[in-house]
Design a protein around this ligand. Structure first.
Ligand code: SF4
Length: 208
């Protein structure tokens, strides 16, 4: 249901249940109020009222055509509705990605597991992403360079901080996972955003 409509109905009936739990109640109210004749015009009118008069922060109750029947206005709580559950703080996970460049310019990438975040997509080899420092998981033995770089990225359910380690390796390097992609075929833009950020941030510390 449109957010403007939810707001108008929550105020009109002084619904105290916070969103999103209040959605079924508001939907039932909307359905009960919708007339058989010209329901589209009715829905549009309520949306317009929410967008122009019954606005989120300062509802203009004094010019509202529903003012005499509005319970929230009568109770003086219009601007407080609809109530919303406080947003939960997202946890922060951390991890490390290992950027490996072979002497011929090829870059080491691995396909992520099919299940889970970024499933089946190409990315840099890395550790697990966890709320406590995960175990190091370099894809090969190398002289790892830590330029102190961090990538920050936010997913739906957590913030991620990735440490970026770099290594240049010889043509005989044999990683225990992933595949080297020839430089001419490597397309940073085709990587998922968080992996592309790691590539972008590495450029200053790792001149080509
Ligand atoms: S009277 Fe105020 S709170 Fe009630 S519907 Fe109108 S603008 Fe919204």
């Amino acid at each position: 249901m449109d957010g403007n409509v939810e707001r108008v109905l929550a105020r009109l009936f002084a619904v105290q249940t916070p969103l999103p739990a209040a959605k079924p109640e508001l939907k039932a109210l909307a359905e009960a109020l919708t007339p058989k004749a010209r329901p589209g015009c009715y829905a549009q009118a309520v949306m317009d009222l929410g967008a122009t008069v019954c606005t989120p922060r300062s509802p203009a109750c004094g010019i509202c055509p529903l003012m005499t029947m509005c319970r929230a206005r009568a109770q003086g709580i219009a601007a407080d509705l609809p109530r919303k559950l406080p947003k939960q703080a997202k946890p922060v996970r951390q991890g490390t990605v290992y950027l490996v460049r072979r002497a011929d310019g090829a870059m080491l990438l691995e396909t992520r597991p099919d299940h889970g975040l970024l499933g089946g997509m190409l990315g840099w080899p890395g550790t697990q992403w966890a709320e406590t420092a995960p175990q190091p998981a370099p894809p090969l033995q190398a002289d790892w360079h830590d330029p102190g770089l961090e990538v920050r990225h936010t997913f739906t359910h957590f913030h991620l901080t990735l440490r970026v380690l770099l290594a240049d390796v010889g043509l005989d390097a044999t990683p225990d996972r992933g595949m080297f992609h020839p430089r001419a075929l490597f397309r940073p833009a085709s990587l998922p955003t968080v992996m592309r950020k790691a590539w972008d941030i590495a450029q200053g510390a790792w001149p080509l």
